[in-house]
Design a protein around this ligand. Sequence first.
Ligand SMILES: Cc1cc2nc3c(=O)[nH]c(=O)nc-3n(C[C@H](O)[C@H](O)[C@H](O)COP(=O)(O)O)c2cc1C
Length: 440
Amino acid sequence: MPSLTAAASAAPANPLPPAPINAWQAFDGTRSTGRTRHLLSLDDFEAAARRALPRPIFGYVAGAAEDNRALADNRQAFDELALVPRVLRNVAQRDQGVTLFGTRYASPFGIAPMGIAALSAYRGDVVLARAAAAAGIPAVQSGSSLIRLEEVVAAAPGTWFQAYLPGTPERIAPLLQRVAAAGVQTLVVTVDIPVAGNRENNLRAGFSTPLRPSLRLAWDGLVRPRWLAGTLLRTLARHGMPHFENSFAERGAPILSARVQRDFAGREHFDWAHIAQIRRQWHGPLVVKGILSPHDAALARQHGVDGIVVSNHGGRQLDGAVAPLRMLPAIAEQAGSAMVVMLDGGIRRGTDVAKALALGAQAVFVGRPFNYAAAVDGEAGVAAAIGLLRAELDRNLAMLGATCCAELGPQHLVDRRAPWPLAHATASPPFDNPTGDTRP
Ligand SMILES: Cc1cc2nc3c(=O)[nH]c(=O)nc-3n(C[C@H](O)[C@H](O)[C@H](O)COP(=O)(O)O)c2cc1C
């Protein structure tokens, strides 16, 4: 068994190629294939995926917990902020790239971890990871995935891995050893799932874990023949019954087995002592995902965590949980320069990315839209969606008077409901420096 230190440090320091940004390619649709040419925004992919996926699978991806309050607030929080452009600042040279954990990425957004992505698209995890690597953005493979992480990392070196802590703590170290041996550098530990969220909406859509075969499920598949042949039957023929491959060091349960529930249980007792254990055993960048309280951000910093994702799991866990964007400024303050602060939930436009960066995030992650893009047109679909978001952000930077992400700040935002307080709350009010230009 290789030592964790050796495996983590043996991985290349900067595995992703710098991707050229040509916003105009996305504007005129030349990046898209025939299938996605008509899709002009991330939300367009949702409607297309609804037509492409069986009802239970689409419901699983789109769904959230209980009354969708957290899901709705994720969008509402962005909508409550208006943007304040600055003008006449020569924005001819723009670079939206950011450096996270020593790696330069071409855009400040990545693909969030999503379980069972291989049911949305054939080899879904590989599709997402390869599209991200080709575009020079980070992708995080879910610990609840159906493709071995070794295969994904081989296809797309530099992919981050998200682990759910196994229910039996003595299984943590072997899992970490496996992840390190595969060449993963950045480990994400998701902590907002001590118990499963109340996904009654999944049940309404006909989806359950484990999947329970029924006439209804069969019918839902039959009426989506492209998915049936291109994703399900192709997977079964070439790879057999999908299993949860990455919950432990060894293979987990098949998706139809009642054992799935047992494998997912037992996470209630995890606490910061387990994060301390992981910190001792994982020598690459360690990210904790699912932080919403500044107190927990401070604890993460004290435990030597390198980065956090401010997240309510896309509204899929605690319904009514606060939108991550609302907590971002207080959490960024707690993190200081000790941790990389990232955010996910509800990002659908370049302007959403800009708002999160202006409030203190160094990067953001996008979930559902990239899952839909993979379902609609595989790797080409994900590339097209990345291209759209990148082009939007490039435009937005220009219109905000910024040439790079670091130039975005609270001076670019007002609260729609009370325009002035937010501007006055900035550390350096724009009025102190009439041009507001702090660039050299
Ligand atoms: C279909 C689906 C599966 C998900 N599975 C996981 C998972 O396995 N691990 C995890 O940490 N988060 C998971 N999430 C949450 C996402 O990583 C992310 O927090 C959320 O999707 C962001 O919100 P957005 O979809 O509005 O962009 C999942 C989300 C979706 C939509």
